[in-house]
Ligand binder design. Structure first.
Ligand code: MN
Length: 325
């Protein structure tokens, strides 16, 4: 963390970014990071590959997240949050590379490839948001209620509302401190989780109908096709929690969500979640076989092919991985 602070001190203007398909942690940690940099007397701007999903636009200053690649200007360093690889920043990668500036890599994924000039990777942190919180503490930059809200949402969403096993007593302590800035946890939870549209619920219905469990009962999978999105008009960005329905089935060790890529034909986005105490399958390793990564209990990858082919290949691999254990 010291190196991060030193690197910040050296620059004047910073690009802040996170991964494609931004969600709670990516957004919350970026918005707070920008405030931290400004609090340290720096200039900062947020540039992301994808727009802020509609249901996260209530975040303080969410409108400052830019997707305008033509008006970037010069910057002295890039702060990359919540990304195991530089490629996860999507189109922003080329902007960073084009200016050949130092990269400050702040992440909590165990699979992080340490692609930065400075790498602060904490696999035990619940979220990138938790790490930005620690930067506020270390630098003494004053936290506002708005920053507290961004960081609380980062932690809330990345821990599945404090349910996943990246939740520790430290996570609760930090969350408690953030609430101390005047946040109402019930109101925050409602604004994050209870603003679904009827379209989204219709999509949920179609997706749940695709749940299949393998013979052993240990693998459950479900899928989102382009056709379902077209039929329902639902927003795919809100599909964050779909995989948990498969994971929640009793006896299931690995849940898999297959999503047809909306932009590129013949590409399937895959998410993995595993369950168990101590004996959980390491889905980071499974995703890595297909060029992806993440955490031991939550990971993802992108595989080329038709949904049918990809499903067959990936399911066979997961079956084999579970047998090896
Ligand atoms: Mn995260």
């Amino acid at each position: 963390m010291r190196e991060v602070i030193e690197a910040i001190k050296k620059g004047k203007r910073f690009l802040v970014t996170a991964h494609v398909n931004v969600e709670g942690d990516a957004l919350g940690s970026q918005l707070a990071m920008k405030e931290l940099l400004m609090g340290m007397g720096k200039e900062a701007f947020i540039l992301d590959s994808d727009p802020v999903p509609e249901h996260y636009r209530f975040l303080p200053k969410a409108s400052e997240v830019s997707n305008k690649f033509d008006k970037v200007g010069a910057f002295d360093a890039a702060v990359v949050l919540d990304c195991p690889t530089l490629n996860r920043t999507g189109k922003v990668r080329d902007v960073i590379k084009s200016q050949a500036v130092p990269i400050i890599n702040i992440d909590h994924h165990i699979s992080n490839e340490k692609f930065g000039s400075v790498n602060w990777v904490e696999p035990n942190a619940s979220s990138a948001g938790e790490m930005v919180f620690r930067l506020f503490k270390e630098t003494g930059v004053k936290m506002t209620k708005e920053v507290a809200l961004s960081l609380y949402i980062a932690i809330l969403t990345d821990t599945g509302s404090f349910n996943y096993d990246n939740t520790s007593s430290a996570t609760h302590e930090i969350a408690g401190e953030l609430l101390g800035y005047g946040l109402d946890p019930a109101v925050v939870s409602e604004s994050v989780y209870e603003r679904r549209s009827v379209k989204d619920i219709n999509l949920l219905g179609l997706v749940l109908a695709t749940i299949r469990v393998n013979k052993s009962g240990m693998i459950a999978h479900l899928e989102v096709t382009k056709d379902m999105l077209k039929k329902t008009g639902a927003d795919l960005a809100k599909s964050e929690g779909l995989i948990n329905f498969a994971r929640s089935i009793d006896g299931v060790k690995v849940a898999i969500l297959f999503k047809e890529d909306q932009q590129e034909k013949g590409k399937i986005n895959i998410s993995f979640r595993s369950k168990g105490n101590g004996d959980a399958a390491d889905v980071n390793k499974i995703a890595a076989i297909f060029g992806g990564g993440g955490h031991a209990k939550a990971s993802g990858c992108i595989v080329a092919g038709s949904l049918k082919e990809v499903k067959k290949k990936v399911l066979a691999q997961v079956e084999a991985s579970l047998k090896d254990k």
